[in-house]
Design a protein around this ligand. Structure first.
Ligand code: NDP
Ligand code: 8X3
Length: 259
C-alpha cells in the first residue's frame, strides 16, 4: 500500500528529548512534518531542533513541559500559537518506569510518578489537543504503550498497570472519536535500548545494562519506523494496536539470551 504524505503536517511529540520520542521526531521530520517538541529537558530539544533544521529544514516549536503539571499542559498546549494550533499527529510518548520492587515493598513516590506521567499526563495532553482534531474532523493520536501492558512481570505491577491503562484508554478513545475520522493507535514495544532502564534504576548504569545483555533489543528507530508507518497509511486505515518485539523476545518475560 503506498504511503500518504505528511509533508507540512503538524506533529506534537511528547518526550522528544530522548529515546523513542527523539527518534520519532527524526522520523516524522524526514517525512516533512512540522514538529512541536515537548519535554522537560529543553536543552536536549534545542539540540534536536538544530539537527532537524540542518537535515530537513524542519520548522519546530519547542515546549518545556512536565506532562504531570496539569495547569502547565493546559496553558502551553491548549492555547498554541495560531500557526501551530492545528495539530494533526499527537504522539503520546512521554513516560517512564521506576523501580522493580515487589508491590509489598514498592516505593509510593515511584508509583505516583509512573501513574502521574504515563496515565494522567497522557490524558492531560490528550485533553488539550484532541478537541481541535474533533473540530477539524481529522487527526491521529499515537500512544506509546508497552508489552508490559499485556504481560505483567515481577516487580512491574504499577508500570504494567499504567500501560494496560494506556491500552484501554486508546481503544476507548477510538470509540469516542469514531464518527470524527480520527485515528488512534497504540504501539506496544518490548525491550528498546534507550535511557528507560537508567531512569527505572535511578541512574544505576550497571543495573540498567542488564536487560539488554545477550540479545539484540529494538532500537528507538525501530519503534519510530512503526509510528511513521502507521501515520502514513491512507486515511481509511487505522493501525489500532501494534506489538513490536525484538526477534529474541516473545513476551515481556520470555527472551532468548546467548550467554
Ligand atoms: P527515555 O527515558 O529514553 O525517554 C523518555 C522520555 O519521556 C524523555 O524524553 C523524557 O523527557 C520524557 N518524560 C518523562 N517524564 C516526563 C514528564 N513528566 N514530562 C515530560 N516528559 C517526560 O525512554 P524511552 O524512549 O524508552 O520511553 C519512551 C516511552 O516508551 C515511554 O512511555 C516508555 O514507557 C515506553 N516504552 C519504552 C520501552 C523500552 O524498553 N525502552 C518499551 C516499551 C515502551 P524529559 O526527561 O526531558 O522530560
Ligand atoms: C518497557 C518494556 O518489558 O521493560 O515498557 O517493561 S519492559
Amino acid at each position: 500500500m503506498p504511503s500518504v504524505s505528511i509533508k507540512g503536517r503538524i506533529a506534537l511529540v511528547t518526550g522528544a528529548s530522548s529515546g523513542i520520542g527523539q527518534a520519532t521526531a527524526e522520523g516524522l521530520a524526514a517525512e516533512g512534518a512540522r514538529l512541536i517538541l515537548a519535554a522537560r529537558r529543553i536543552e536536549r530539544l534545542e539540540e534536536l531542533a538544530a539537527r532537524l533544521k540542518t537535515a530537513h529544514a524542519t520548522p519546530t516549536l519547542l515546549i518545556q513541559l512536565d506532562v504531570r503539571d496539569r495547569a502547565a499542559v493546559e496553558a502551553k498546549l491548549a492555547h498554541l500559537p495560531a500557526e501551530w494550533a492545528d495539530v494533526d499527529i499527537l504522539v503520546n510518548n512521554a513516560g517512564l518506569s521506576r523501580g522493580l520492587n515487589p508491590l509489598h515493598e514498592g516505593l509510593i513516590d515511584d508509583w505516583d510518578e509512573m501513574i502521574d506521567t504515563n496515565v494522567k499526563g497522557l490524558l492531560y495532553v490528550t485533553r488539550a489537543i484532541l478537541p481541535g482534531m474533533v473540530e477539524r474532523q481529522r487527526g491521529h493520536v499515537i500512544h506509546v504503550g508497552s508489552v508490559a501492558g499485556r504481560d505483567p512481570y515481577a516487580g512491574g505491577a504499577v508500570y504494567s498497570g499504567t500501560k494496560a491503562a494506556v491500552a484501554i484508554i486508546s481503544r476507548a478513545m477510538k470509540i469516542d472519536v469514531l464518527e470524527r475520522g480520527i485515528r488512534v493507535t497504540n504501539i506496544e514495544p518490548g525491550l528498546v535500548e534507550t535511557e528507560f532502564s537508567l531512569v527505572r534504576f535511578h541512574g544505576d548504569a550497571e543495573r540498567a545494562k542488564k536487560p539488554y545483555i545477550g540479545l539484540q533489543p529494538l532500537t528507538p528507530e525501530d519503534v519510530a519506523d512503526a509510528i511513521v508507518w502507521a501515520v502514513t497509511r491512507p486515511a481509511h486505515v487505522n493501525v489500532q494496536d501494534m506489538l513490536l518485539l525484538a526477534t529474541a523476545q516473545a513476551t515481556a518475560t520470555t527472551a532468548y539470551r546467548k550467554s
